[in-house]
Design a protein around this ligand. Structure first.
Ligand code: MN
Length: 227
């Protein structure tokens, strides 16, 4: 059987040190996973279980230029550690979770904050604020076989040379094994899934011409210009 039109291109990420590509299945994102960021968003980090939203696999951006998206005047950066799965399943226990991880990357959860805030006020879904074209800039994936499984280390972003967000991976409220445990209780995780693991405090607005340079210790550096 053939398709009625050409199937869409498989979204994928480069892998550092490899000629092979990592094919993306789904993109999950964890909300408010660093206490100081939860507070700046107006919630109490000590009382809430993790919650999740999704972006689309084809929202990933691998080049250095991020076109300013339509319908917003408040485009925010959120620097995040990204987990890339090589296998999955349902009801994964935290103790087994890291055996499903292929590697890690540095990503941006770009957010149309004005549209997200309007959705929050009216109880509407977040996709218009979160899951738009090129809303997930991401570095190549570094395999865990090369770097291990980072659970501490600096995460930061500079905008035009000025430090705007800074934190440490160990400040995550829910660590990566527990994120995978929670997520796999809600969804069947699969090879190719990416998890954006939340952002530290200091999120802010960006405009055309800004240069965003993000970093996670031991994982990589992201370099994006908003155009
Ligand atoms: Mn985020």
């Amino acid at each position: 059987m053939t398709h009625v039109f050409a199937p869409p291109r498989q979204p994928s990420l480069p892998i550092k040190g490899s000629a092979q590509l990592f094919p993306i299945h789904r993109i999950y994102c964890v909300g408010r996973n660093y206490a100081e960021h939860a507070r700046e968003m107006g919630s109490d980090p000590d009382r809430e279980p993790p919650f999740f939203f999704q972006k689309n696999a084809d929202n990933v951006l691998t080049s250095g230029e991020l076109p300013y998206p339509p319908q917003t005047s408040d485009l925010h950066f959120e620097i995040e550690l990204v987990v890339a799965l090589k296998s999955g399943g349902a009801s994964i226990k935290a103790a087994d979770a890291l055996s499903h991880v292929y590697g890690y990357a540095v990503g941006l959860d770009m957010t149309r904050r004005d549209l997200q805030n309007a959705a929050k006020k009216t109880g509407r879904p977040w996709e218009v604020g979160k899951a738009f074209e090129r809303s997930a800039p991401c570095t190549p994936i570094v395999p865990a076989s090369a770097i291990g499984h980072p659970n501490a280390g600096a995460i930061w972003i500079d905008v035009n040379g000025e430090r705007r967000q800074t934190g440490d991976l160990k400040q995550m409220i829910w660590d990566i094994p527990h994120q995978i445990e929670f997520l796999s209780g809600l969804f069947e995780l699969a090879a190719g899934d990416l998890i954006f693991t939340g952002t530290p405090a200091g999120v802010g607005s960006t405009k055309r011409g800004d240069r965003l340079k993000g970093h996670v210790d031991g994982v990589g550096d992201l370099d994006v210009v908003v155009v």
